[in-house]
Design a protein around this ligand. Structure first.
Ligand SMILES: *[C@@H]1O[C@H](CO)[C@@H](O)[C@H](O)[C@H]1NC(C)=O
Ligand SMILES: *[C@@H]1O[C@H](CO)[C@@H](O)[C@H](O)[C@H]1NC(C)=O
Ligand SMILES: *[C@@H]1O[C@H](CO)[C@@H](O)[C@H](O)[C@H]1NC(C)=O
Length: 330
């Protein structure tokens, strides 16, 4: 009996390995195990070998990329045991969004604009990077991030606003909870709903809509869309006014981003292809490459302490397809 209990799993593991060539080395497995403990991951034996395989494929992809000549580097992170198909299902917007401000209502000045802006260092205007978890709720984080900033710029008070209220309550404005939505539609919800509560009063946990008007903490007077593909309009808004929400297309290499200026020849650049929403908090230029400084919602372990840089001026991955910001009601 005792022998069986010991031998069967070992035999199973050996057979499994034989089936899933190429074999991995002890070093590979050691690396995978330390990655598992770093991210607190545990698997059943079956899943273990499957995840190890995916992990090693990702690791190879990362090493190949980093050996090449690119403006950004890749690294292992919390997504390293997932295929892009799995990642997409859990973290990205899976349906095309109706994002099409053919003519936005943002009015640009004629500049000139400073070479660099970073709202994180201008004052207390940007909250810490948050973590959306396995839910396609990026649009709610882009929305709260932007409203937190415009409200702080107007009032001097930096609040933490409630993503979950948007996940639970903003469905009437073409938003779909964990299945996606758009910041501009969420700003409209907040405007018509007369307010958004704080994260403290409405924590990030699944549930029914629990909005309490008397606890509303931030308000929207109007929604401003930047005309689609008008990236200079975004520069104008970020330089003169505040951070702006933007959406773009995430493709498979982006999940492994570590640092540098992200560029891609694989992603699309049109409104119908955007699948992730984030917050541009500034811009700058490095060795002749202009870029955006962007706040993501995948926790602080991902990218540059939760942020990433993406090339500016080329509508990279459709980042200028549907950007917007709210006017705060204070
Ligand atoms: C886009 O708009 C159409 C028509 O209003 C609606 O049926 C559809 O659900 C919307 N799609 C999304 C992803 O919101
Ligand atoms: C802003 O753009 C969204 C689509 O992203 C659209 O539904 C909305 O009507 C626009 N709002 C204004 C004020 O133009
Ligand atoms: C999208 O990319 C193509 C190919 O690089 C380019 O010709 C086109 O102008 C771009 N469209 C937009 C809206 O940025």
């Amino acid at each position: 009996m005792k022998m069986n209990r010991l031998i069967l799993p070992v035999l199973f593991a050996v057979l499994y390995q034989v089936h899933t060539l190429p074999l991995h080395t002890e070093e590979d497995e050691y690396l995978f195990k330390s990655w598992m403990s770093q991210y607190n991951n545990k698997y059943e034996i079956n899943e273990y070998y499957q995840r190890l395989q995916t992990f090693l494929e990702n690791k190879k992809k990362i090493e190949r990329h980093n050996a090449g000549n690119h403006k950004f580097s890749m690294g292992l992170n919390q997504f390293s045991d997932m295929t892009f198909t799995e990642f997409k299902k859990s973290y990205l917007l899976t349906e095309p969004q109706n994002c099409s401000a053919t003519r936005g209502n943002h009015v640009s000045s004629n500049g000139p604009y400073p070479d660099m802006i970073d709202w994180r260092t201008k004052g207390h205007y940007v909250t810490d990077v948050k973590n959306q978890g396995a839910c396609g709720s990026c649009w709610t984080f882009s929305t709260t991030g932007c409203l937190e900033s415009v409200t702080a710029i107007a009032t001097g008070k930096l609040l933490q606003l409630a993503e979950q209220q948007l996940v639970d309550c903003a469905g009437a404005f073409d938003n779909h909870g964990c299945n996606g939505g758009l910041p501009s539609h969420a700003f409209e919800y907040i405007m018509y709903n007369k307010g958004l509560m704080t994260e403290q009063d409405y924590p990030y946990k699944q549930g029914e809509c629990r909005f309490k008007p008397e606890l509303a903490a931030a308000f929207v007077k109007d929604v401003v869309n930047i005309t689609k593909y008008d990236e200079m309009g975004m520069v104008d808004a970020v330089a003169r006014l505040n951070p702006v929400s933007l959406a773009y297309e995430v493709t498979s290499d982006f999940m492994h981003y570590r640092d540098g200026i992200y560029t891609s020849t694989k992603c699309h650049n049109t409104t119908d292809m955007v699948n992730h929403a984030v917050l541009a908090v500034g811009y700058a230029e490095q060795n002749g490459t202009p870029y955006w400084i962007v706040k993501n919602s995948w926790g602080t372990n991902w990218g540059i302490n939760g942020y990433f840089y993406i090339e500016r001026g080329k509508n990279m991955c459709g980042l200028a397809a549907c950007s917007s910001y709210p006017l705060p009601l204070v």
